[in-house]
Write a protein that binds this ligand. Structure first.
Ligand SMILES: Cc1cc2nc3c(=O)[nH]c(=O)nc-3n(C[C@H](O)[C@H](O)[C@H](O)COP(=O)(O)OP(=O)(O)OC[C@H]3O[C@@H](n4cnc5c(N)ncnc54)[C@H](O)[C@@H]3O)c2cc1C
Length: 405
Protein backbone atom coordinates (compact mmCIF):
# COMPACT_ATOMS: atom_id res chain seq x y z
CA UNK A 1 0.00 0.00 0.00
CA UNK A 2 1.17 3.51 -0.78
CA UNK A 3 2.31 5.28 2.37
CA UNK A 4 0.95 8.58 1.06
CA UNK A 5 -2.77 9.03 0.32
CA UNK A 6 -5.30 11.88 0.09
CA UNK A 7 -7.38 10.49 2.96
CA UNK A 8 -7.19 7.84 5.67
CA UNK A 9 -10.50 6.48 7.00
CA UNK A 10 -10.28 4.78 10.41
CA UNK A 11 -12.94 2.08 10.74
CA UNK A 12 -14.66 0.01 8.06
CA UNK A 13 -18.17 -0.16 9.53
CA UNK A 14 -21.10 1.36 7.67
CA UNK A 15 -19.93 4.93 8.36
CA UNK A 16 -16.27 4.48 7.44
CA UNK A 17 -16.79 2.21 4.42
CA UNK A 18 -19.42 4.56 2.95
CA UNK A 19 -17.16 7.58 3.48
CA UNK A 20 -14.18 5.78 1.90
CA UNK A 21 -16.26 4.73 -1.12
CA UNK A 22 -17.63 8.23 -1.69
CA UNK A 23 -14.16 9.81 -1.29
CA UNK A 24 -12.79 7.36 -3.86
CA UNK A 25 -15.67 8.23 -6.20
CA UNK A 26 -14.65 11.87 -5.94
CA UNK A 27 -11.19 10.92 -7.18
CA UNK A 28 -9.38 10.75 -3.83
CA UNK A 29 -6.73 8.15 -3.06
CA UNK A 30 -7.96 6.48 0.12
CA UNK A 31 -6.73 4.03 2.77
CA UNK A 32 -9.56 2.32 4.69
CA UNK A 33 -8.14 0.81 7.89
CA UNK A 34 -9.68 -1.46 10.50
CA UNK A 35 -8.35 -3.02 13.66
CA UNK A 36 -10.39 -6.17 12.94
CA UNK A 37 -11.89 -7.82 9.80
CA UNK A 38 -13.61 -5.36 7.45
CA UNK A 39 -17.19 -4.50 8.42
CA UNK A 40 -17.15 -6.98 11.28
CA UNK A 41 -18.15 -5.04 14.41
CA UNK A 42 -21.48 -3.31 15.21
CA UNK A 43 -22.73 -2.77 11.63
CA UNK A 44 -23.38 -6.42 10.64
CA UNK A 45 -25.40 -6.92 13.84
CA UNK A 46 -27.99 -4.22 13.06
CA UNK A 47 -31.66 -4.85 12.36
CA UNK A 48 -31.26 -3.00 9.05
CA UNK A 49 -34.39 -0.82 9.35
CA UNK A 50 -34.87 2.59 7.79
CA UNK A 51 -37.09 5.28 9.28
CA UNK A 52 -37.10 8.33 7.07
CA UNK A 53 -39.26 10.64 9.16
CA UNK A 54 -37.11 12.32 11.83
CA UNK A 55 -37.61 15.11 14.32
CA UNK A 56 -35.89 17.69 12.11
CA UNK A 57 -36.05 18.20 8.33
CA UNK A 58 -32.26 17.95 7.79
CA UNK A 59 -32.12 14.33 9.04
CA UNK A 60 -35.36 13.43 7.23
CA UNK A 61 -33.80 14.63 3.96
CA UNK A 62 -30.58 12.69 4.66
CA UNK A 63 -32.61 9.56 5.51
CA UNK A 64 -34.62 9.96 2.28
CA UNK A 65 -31.39 10.33 0.27
CA UNK A 66 -30.05 7.21 2.01
CA UNK A 67 -33.10 5.11 1.10
CA UNK A 68 -32.77 6.24 -2.51
CA UNK A 69 -29.12 5.15 -2.44
CA UNK A 70 -29.98 1.78 -0.81
CA UNK A 71 -32.46 1.13 -3.65
CA UNK A 72 -29.84 1.73 -6.31
CA UNK A 73 -26.91 0.37 -4.26
CA UNK A 74 -26.18 -2.54 -6.62
CA UNK A 75 -26.35 -0.27 -9.66
CA UNK A 76 -24.17 2.42 -8.04
CA UNK A 77 -21.55 0.22 -6.41
CA UNK A 78 -21.68 -3.05 -8.39
CA UNK A 79 -22.09 -4.91 -5.07
CA UNK A 80 -25.07 -7.00 -3.90
CA UNK A 81 -27.52 -5.73 -1.29
CA UNK A 82 -30.68 -7.61 -0.33
CA UNK A 83 -33.51 -5.40 0.92
CA UNK A 84 -37.28 -5.74 1.40
CA UNK A 85 -39.65 -2.89 0.62
CA UNK A 86 -42.67 -3.51 2.84
CA UNK A 87 -42.79 -0.04 4.35
CA UNK A 88 -42.89 0.76 8.05
CA UNK A 89 -45.46 1.75 10.63
CA UNK A 90 -45.22 3.49 13.99
CA UNK A 91 -47.88 2.95 16.67
CA UNK A 92 -49.05 5.26 19.45
CA UNK A 93 -50.75 3.86 22.55
CA UNK A 94 -51.08 7.19 24.43
CA UNK A 95 -52.63 10.55 23.57
CA UNK A 96 -49.19 12.19 23.68
CA UNK A 97 -47.76 9.66 21.23
CA UNK A 98 -50.81 10.02 18.97
CA UNK A 99 -49.99 13.73 18.76
CA UNK A 100 -46.45 12.75 17.69
CA UNK A 101 -47.92 10.52 14.95
CA UNK A 102 -49.97 13.46 13.63
CA UNK A 103 -46.98 15.81 13.76
CA UNK A 104 -44.72 13.33 11.94
CA UNK A 105 -47.28 12.75 9.18
CA UNK A 106 -47.61 16.51 8.64
CA UNK A 107 -43.84 17.10 8.72
CA UNK A 108 -43.08 14.19 6.38
CA UNK A 109 -45.73 15.16 3.84
CA UNK A 110 -44.37 18.69 3.77
CA UNK A 111 -40.97 17.27 2.75
CA UNK A 112 -42.49 15.07 0.03
CA UNK A 113 -42.27 11.82 2.00
CA UNK A 114 -45.14 9.39 1.30
CA UNK A 115 -46.28 8.99 4.91
CA UNK A 116 -49.92 8.78 6.03
CA UNK A 117 -52.27 7.57 8.75
CA UNK A 118 -53.49 3.97 8.54
CA UNK A 119 -56.25 2.03 10.28
CA UNK A 120 -56.69 -1.49 11.60
CA UNK A 121 -57.68 -2.95 8.21
CA UNK A 122 -54.58 -1.44 6.58
CA UNK A 123 -52.38 -2.93 9.31
CA UNK A 124 -53.91 -6.39 8.82
CA UNK A 125 -52.91 -6.20 5.15
CA UNK A 126 -49.47 -4.60 5.62
CA UNK A 127 -48.26 -6.42 8.76
CA UNK A 128 -50.57 -9.41 9.34
CA UNK A 129 -48.43 -10.52 12.29
CA UNK A 130 -49.54 -7.45 14.31
CA UNK A 131 -52.82 -6.64 16.16
CA UNK A 132 -53.35 -2.98 17.04
CA UNK A 133 -54.56 -3.72 20.60
CA UNK A 134 -54.58 -0.47 22.59
CA UNK A 135 -53.23 1.48 19.62
CA UNK A 136 -54.70 4.99 19.21
CA UNK A 137 -52.93 6.09 16.02
CA UNK A 138 -50.48 4.77 13.43
CA UNK A 139 -48.60 6.10 10.43
CA UNK A 140 -47.27 4.17 7.44
CA UNK A 141 -44.30 5.12 5.27
CA UNK A 142 -44.46 2.98 2.13
CA UNK A 143 -40.85 3.60 1.04
CA UNK A 144 -39.23 2.50 4.32
CA UNK A 145 -37.43 -0.82 3.96
CA UNK A 146 -35.11 -3.22 5.74
CA UNK A 147 -31.85 -4.56 4.41
CA UNK A 148 -29.27 -7.28 5.01
CA UNK A 149 -26.95 -5.41 7.42
CA UNK A 150 -23.66 -7.24 6.81
CA UNK A 151 -23.77 -6.53 3.07
CA UNK A 152 -23.72 -2.76 3.36
CA UNK A 153 -20.29 -2.04 4.92
CA UNK A 154 -18.55 -4.84 3.06
CA UNK A 155 -20.24 -3.74 -0.19
CA UNK A 156 -18.99 -0.17 0.23
CA UNK A 157 -15.49 -1.42 1.20
CA UNK A 158 -15.28 -3.63 -1.91
CA UNK A 159 -16.65 -0.85 -4.12
CA UNK A 160 -14.04 1.55 -2.70
CA UNK A 161 -11.38 -1.04 -3.46
CA UNK A 162 -12.62 -1.35 -7.04
CA UNK A 163 -12.10 2.42 -7.35
CA UNK A 164 -8.49 2.08 -6.18
CA UNK A 165 -8.82 2.49 -2.40
CA UNK A 166 -6.49 0.40 -0.26
CA UNK A 167 -8.35 -1.60 2.38
CA UNK A 168 -6.36 -2.82 5.35
CA UNK A 169 -8.03 -5.12 7.93
CA UNK A 170 -6.20 -5.96 11.19
CA UNK A 171 -4.39 -2.62 11.08
CA UNK A 172 -5.28 -0.77 14.29
CA UNK A 173 -4.52 2.93 14.22
CA UNK A 174 -2.36 3.62 17.25
CA UNK A 175 -1.27 7.22 16.61
CA UNK A 176 -2.61 10.31 14.86
CA UNK A 177 0.32 12.36 13.57
CA UNK A 178 0.09 16.16 13.69
CA UNK A 179 2.17 19.18 12.74
CA UNK A 180 1.37 22.87 13.36
CA UNK A 181 -2.30 22.28 14.11
CA UNK A 182 -2.93 20.00 11.10
CA UNK A 183 -3.20 16.24 10.83
CA UNK A 184 -0.46 14.72 8.67
CA UNK A 185 -1.20 11.00 8.92
CA UNK A 186 -1.55 7.96 11.14
CA UNK A 187 0.42 5.00 12.39
CA UNK A 188 -1.50 1.76 11.73
CA UNK A 189 -0.26 -1.75 12.37
CA UNK A 190 3.19 -0.27 12.93
CA UNK A 191 3.23 1.48 9.54
CA UNK A 192 3.19 5.26 8.97
CA UNK A 193 0.65 6.50 6.40
CA UNK A 194 0.84 10.18 5.41
CA UNK A 195 -2.44 11.98 4.64
CA UNK A 196 -3.72 15.55 4.96
CA UNK A 197 -7.20 14.20 5.80
CA UNK A 198 -8.05 11.62 8.48
CA UNK A 199 -11.63 10.50 9.17
CA UNK A 200 -12.49 9.02 12.56
CA UNK A 201 -15.19 6.40 11.85
CA UNK A 202 -14.13 4.07 14.64
CA UNK A 203 -17.62 3.38 16.01
CA UNK A 204 -17.56 2.56 19.73
CA UNK A 205 -13.83 3.40 19.71
CA UNK A 206 -14.23 6.81 18.01
CA UNK A 207 -13.78 8.73 21.28
CA UNK A 208 -10.50 6.88 21.96
CA UNK A 209 -9.21 7.60 18.45
CA UNK A 210 -10.05 11.30 18.82
CA UNK A 211 -8.41 11.38 22.25
CA UNK A 212 -5.24 10.03 20.62
CA UNK A 213 -5.31 13.21 18.53
CA UNK A 214 -5.85 15.32 21.67
CA UNK A 215 -9.52 15.91 20.74
CA UNK A 216 -12.83 15.27 22.43
CA UNK A 217 -15.98 13.77 20.87
CA UNK A 218 -19.18 13.72 22.95
CA UNK A 219 -20.46 10.16 22.39
CA UNK A 220 -21.42 7.29 24.66
CA UNK A 221 -21.35 3.67 23.44
CA UNK A 222 -24.41 1.74 24.63
CA UNK A 223 -25.25 -1.97 24.30
CA UNK A 224 -28.21 -2.57 21.98
CA UNK A 225 -29.71 -6.02 21.39
CA UNK A 226 -32.30 -7.86 19.33
CA UNK A 227 -33.65 -11.37 18.96
CA UNK A 228 -34.97 -13.38 16.02
CA UNK A 229 -37.58 -16.10 16.48
CA UNK A 230 -37.95 -19.41 14.67
CA UNK A 231 -40.43 -19.31 11.76
CA UNK A 232 -44.02 -18.33 12.63
CA UNK A 233 -46.89 -19.29 10.28
CA UNK A 234 -48.00 -16.36 8.09
CA UNK A 235 -44.85 -14.26 8.57
CA UNK A 236 -42.98 -13.43 5.38
CA UNK A 237 -40.27 -11.04 4.25
CA UNK A 238 -41.73 -7.95 2.65
CA UNK A 239 -44.37 -7.40 5.37
CA UNK A 240 -44.11 -4.01 7.08
CA UNK A 241 -41.78 -3.06 9.94
CA UNK A 242 -43.68 -2.10 13.14
CA UNK A 243 -42.59 0.25 15.94
CA UNK A 244 -44.32 0.98 19.26
CA UNK A 245 -43.46 4.44 20.58
CA UNK A 246 -44.07 4.22 24.35
CA UNK A 247 -41.84 1.18 24.87
CA UNK A 248 -39.37 1.90 22.01
CA UNK A 249 -39.75 -1.56 20.43
CA UNK A 250 -39.39 -2.55 16.77
CA UNK A 251 -40.44 -5.75 15.01
CA UNK A 252 -39.93 -6.96 11.45
CA UNK A 253 -40.02 -10.26 9.56
CA UNK A 254 -36.77 -12.19 9.26
CA UNK A 255 -36.54 -15.42 7.31
CA UNK A 256 -40.09 -16.51 8.25
CA UNK A 257 -39.66 -15.54 11.92
CA UNK A 258 -39.90 -12.17 13.66
CA UNK A 259 -36.99 -9.97 14.69
CA UNK A 260 -37.64 -7.86 17.80
CA UNK A 261 -35.37 -5.28 19.34
CA UNK A 262 -35.69 -2.11 21.33
CA UNK A 263 -34.44 0.55 23.66
CA UNK A 264 -34.73 -0.56 27.27
CA UNK A 265 -35.23 2.07 29.99
CA UNK A 266 -32.05 1.02 31.86
CA UNK A 267 -29.41 0.49 29.12
CA UNK A 268 -25.83 -0.62 29.68
CA UNK A 269 -23.24 2.07 28.97
CA UNK A 270 -19.87 0.68 27.83
CA UNK A 271 -16.50 2.44 27.89
CA UNK A 272 -14.18 0.77 25.37
CA UNK A 273 -11.20 2.24 27.25
CA UNK A 274 -12.08 -0.03 30.19
CA UNK A 275 -12.47 -3.20 28.11
CA UNK A 276 -9.78 -5.90 27.89
CA UNK A 277 -7.10 -5.52 25.19
CA UNK A 278 -8.30 -7.17 21.98
CA UNK A 279 -12.00 -6.87 22.95
CA UNK A 280 -14.31 -6.91 19.95
CA UNK A 281 -18.07 -6.67 19.64
CA UNK A 282 -18.45 -10.47 19.38
CA UNK A 283 -17.18 -10.62 23.00
CA UNK A 284 -19.94 -8.30 24.28
CA UNK A 285 -21.96 -10.15 26.97
CA UNK A 286 -25.64 -10.26 25.94
CA UNK A 287 -28.68 -10.38 28.22
CA UNK A 288 -31.72 -12.26 26.86
CA UNK A 289 -33.77 -10.86 29.78
CA UNK A 290 -33.67 -7.39 28.18
CA UNK A 291 -35.26 -8.45 24.89
CA UNK A 292 -37.59 -10.84 26.73
CA UNK A 293 -38.98 -7.92 28.77
CA UNK A 294 -39.32 -5.80 25.60
CA UNK A 295 -41.25 -8.65 23.95
CA UNK A 296 -43.59 -8.88 26.97
CA UNK A 297 -44.26 -5.13 26.77
CA UNK A 298 -45.79 -5.56 23.29
CA UNK A 299 -47.21 -9.08 23.68
CA UNK A 300 -50.77 -7.93 22.94
CA UNK A 301 -49.68 -6.46 19.61
CA UNK A 302 -47.32 -9.28 18.61
CA UNK A 303 -48.87 -12.29 20.37
CA UNK A 304 -46.85 -14.91 18.51
CA UNK A 305 -43.47 -13.66 19.75
CA UNK A 306 -43.34 -14.67 23.45
CA UNK A 307 -44.27 -18.29 22.61
CA UNK A 308 -41.87 -18.68 19.67
CA UNK A 309 -38.43 -20.27 20.16
CA UNK A 310 -35.55 -17.78 19.85
CA UNK A 311 -33.31 -18.55 16.88
CA UNK A 312 -30.76 -15.78 17.42
CA UNK A 313 -29.79 -13.13 19.98
CA UNK A 314 -27.35 -10.49 18.85
CA UNK A 315 -26.12 -7.11 19.99
CA UNK A 316 -23.57 -4.40 19.41
CA UNK A 317 -22.25 -1.04 20.55
CA UNK A 318 -23.88 1.91 18.82
CA UNK A 319 -22.85 5.37 20.01
CA UNK A 320 -25.34 7.83 21.52
CA UNK A 321 -25.25 11.63 21.58
CA UNK A 322 -27.11 14.04 23.87
CA UNK A 323 -29.66 15.03 21.20
CA UNK A 324 -30.01 11.63 19.48
CA UNK A 325 -28.45 12.98 16.25
CA UNK A 326 -25.15 11.95 14.63
CA UNK A 327 -21.87 13.91 14.71
CA UNK A 328 -20.51 14.46 11.20
CA UNK A 329 -17.89 16.92 9.99
CA UNK A 330 -14.58 18.54 10.92
CA UNK A 331 -13.40 18.17 14.51
CA UNK A 332 -12.35 21.62 15.71
CA UNK A 333 -8.80 21.79 17.03
CA UNK A 334 -7.00 19.83 14.31
CA UNK A 335 -7.22 20.81 10.64
CA UNK A 336 -7.93 17.89 8.34
CA UNK A 337 -9.38 15.68 11.11
CA UNK A 338 -13.05 14.70 10.59
CA UNK A 339 -15.50 12.46 12.45
CA UNK A 340 -18.55 10.47 11.43
CA UNK A 341 -19.97 8.92 14.57
CA UNK A 342 -22.75 9.19 17.17
CA UNK A 343 -24.89 6.84 15.08
CA UNK A 344 -27.72 6.82 17.68
CA UNK A 345 -28.67 3.30 16.54
CA UNK A 346 -29.54 4.57 13.08
CA UNK A 347 -26.16 4.66 11.39
CA UNK A 348 -26.48 1.67 9.12
CA UNK A 349 -29.47 3.12 7.28
CA UNK A 350 -28.15 6.71 7.26
CA UNK A 351 -24.60 5.78 6.20
CA UNK A 352 -25.19 5.95 2.42
CA UNK A 353 -26.25 9.61 2.62
CA UNK A 354 -23.96 10.69 5.47
CA UNK A 355 -20.88 9.10 3.85
CA UNK A 356 -21.64 10.84 0.57
CA UNK A 357 -22.22 14.21 2.23
CA UNK A 358 -19.08 14.02 4.38
CA UNK A 359 -16.99 13.09 1.31
CA UNK A 360 -18.46 16.11 -0.53
CA UNK A 361 -17.67 18.37 2.42
CA UNK A 362 -14.07 17.13 2.57
CA UNK A 363 -13.43 17.42 -1.18
CA UNK A 364 -15.63 20.38 -2.23
CA UNK A 365 -16.00 22.24 1.08
CA UNK A 366 -19.81 22.22 0.82
CA UNK A 367 -22.00 19.11 0.90
CA UNK A 368 -25.07 18.85 -1.37
CA UNK A 369 -27.33 18.73 1.74
CA UNK A 370 -26.39 20.72 4.86
CA UNK A 371 -24.46 19.02 7.65
CA UNK A 372 -24.34 22.10 9.93
CA UNK A 373 -26.98 20.66 12.28
CA UNK A 374 -24.72 17.63 12.86
CA UNK A 375 -21.59 19.68 13.68
CA UNK A 376 -19.23 17.88 16.04
CA UNK A 377 -18.89 20.95 18.31
CA UNK A 378 -22.61 21.78 18.59
CA UNK A 379 -22.87 20.99 22.30
CA UNK A 380 -22.21 23.56 25.00
CA UNK A 381 -19.81 23.39 27.95
CA UNK A 382 -22.38 21.41 29.96
CA UNK A 383 -21.29 18.37 27.92
CA UNK A 384 -17.55 18.87 28.51
CA UNK A 385 -17.75 16.26 31.23
CA UNK A 386 -17.86 12.52 30.33
CA UNK A 387 -20.44 11.83 33.06
CA UNK A 388 -22.80 14.40 31.55
CA UNK A 389 -22.34 12.90 28.07
CA UNK A 390 -23.13 9.44 29.46
CA UNK A 391 -26.26 10.63 31.30
CA UNK A 392 -27.57 12.57 28.28
CA UNK A 393 -26.77 9.72 25.87
CA UNK A 394 -28.54 7.14 28.03
CA UNK A 395 -31.58 9.41 28.31
CA UNK A 396 -31.70 9.85 24.52
CA UNK A 397 -31.38 6.06 24.08
CA UNK A 398 -34.26 5.19 26.39
CA UNK A 399 -36.54 7.84 24.81
CA UNK A 400 -35.42 7.14 21.23
CA UNK A 401 -38.83 6.97 19.52
CA UNK A 402 -40.13 10.07 21.26
CA UNK A 403 -36.96 12.10 20.53
CA UNK A 404 -36.87 10.69 16.96
CA UNK A 405 -33.50 12.37 16.33
C1 LIG B 1 -28.86 -4.84 17.56
C2 LIG B 1 -28.68 -3.59 16.73
C3 LIG B 1 -29.70 -3.18 15.91
C4 LIG B 1 -29.55 -2.05 15.10
N1 LIG B 1 -30.51 -1.70 14.23
C5 LIG B 1 -30.32 -0.69 13.35
C6 LIG B 1 -31.28 -0.40 12.36
O1 LIG B 1 -32.31 -1.04 12.28
N2 LIG B 1 -31.02 0.62 11.50
C7 LIG B 1 -29.89 1.35 11.57
O2 LIG B 1 -29.70 2.25 10.77
N3 LIG B 1 -28.95 1.10 12.51
C8 LIG B 1 -29.14 0.10 13.40
N4 LIG B 1 -28.21 -0.17 14.34
C9 LIG B 1 -27.08 0.75 14.49
C10 LIG B 1 -25.99 0.47 13.49
O3 LIG B 1 -25.52 -0.84 13.65
C11 LIG B 1 -24.88 1.49 13.73
O4 LIG B 1 -25.43 2.78 13.63
C12 LIG B 1 -23.77 1.35 12.72
O5 LIG B 1 -23.34 0.03 12.67
C13 LIG B 1 -22.61 2.26 13.12
O6 LIG B 1 -21.56 1.99 12.26
P1 LIG B 1 -20.10 2.42 12.63
O7 LIG B 1 -19.34 2.41 11.34
O8 LIG B 1 -20.09 3.67 13.43
O9 LIG B 1 -19.57 1.29 13.66
P2 LIG B 1 -18.90 -0.14 13.44
O10 LIG B 1 -19.64 -0.99 12.50
O11 LIG B 1 -18.64 -0.72 14.79
O12 LIG B 1 -17.50 0.22 12.77
C14 LIG B 1 -16.45 0.84 13.45
C15 LIG B 1 -15.16 0.18 13.02
O13 LIG B 1 -14.03 0.91 13.52
C16 LIG B 1 -12.99 -0.02 13.76
N5 LIG B 1 -11.99 0.57 14.64
C17 LIG B 1 -12.16 0.97 15.92
N6 LIG B 1 -11.00 1.46 16.42
C18 LIG B 1 -10.08 1.40 15.42
C19 LIG B 1 -8.71 1.75 15.32
N7 LIG B 1 -8.05 2.30 16.33
N8 LIG B 1 -8.08 1.52 14.14
C20 LIG B 1 -8.74 0.97 13.09
N9 LIG B 1 -10.05 0.62 13.14
C21 LIG B 1 -10.72 0.84 14.29
C22 LIG B 1 -13.75 -1.20 14.39
O14 LIG B 1 -12.99 -2.37 14.34
C23 LIG B 1 -15.02 -1.25 13.55
O15 LIG B 1 -14.93 -2.16 12.48
C24 LIG B 1 -28.34 -1.28 15.18
C25 LIG B 1 -27.33 -1.70 16.03
C26 LIG B 1 -27.49 -2.84 16.81
C27 LIG B 1 -26.38 -3.26 17.71
Amino acid sequence: MSTEVDAVVIGSGAFGASTAYHLARLGQSVALLDRFALGSQTSPRAAGLTQQIRAKPDMTRIAMLSVEKIRRFAEETGQPLVYHEGGSTKMARTAEDAAQIRAEVAAGQELGLAIDHIDEADLARLAPYARPVGVEAMWFTASDLYLQPAQLPIGYARAAQALGAATRPFAPVTAIERRNGSVIGVVAGGERIHAPVVVDAAGAWARLVAAEAGLRIAIQPVRHQLMVTAPIPGVADGQAICRVIDVNVYVRPDGGGLLLGGYEPDPLAVSPGDLPVGFQVADLPLDPGVVGRLAESVAEIFPAIPAAPVRELRGGLPTMTADDRPLVGPVPGLDGFYAITGCCVGGLSASPGLGQLLAEQIVHGTPSLPLDGLAVDRFGPELDDDGAVRAAGLWAYSHHYAVAG
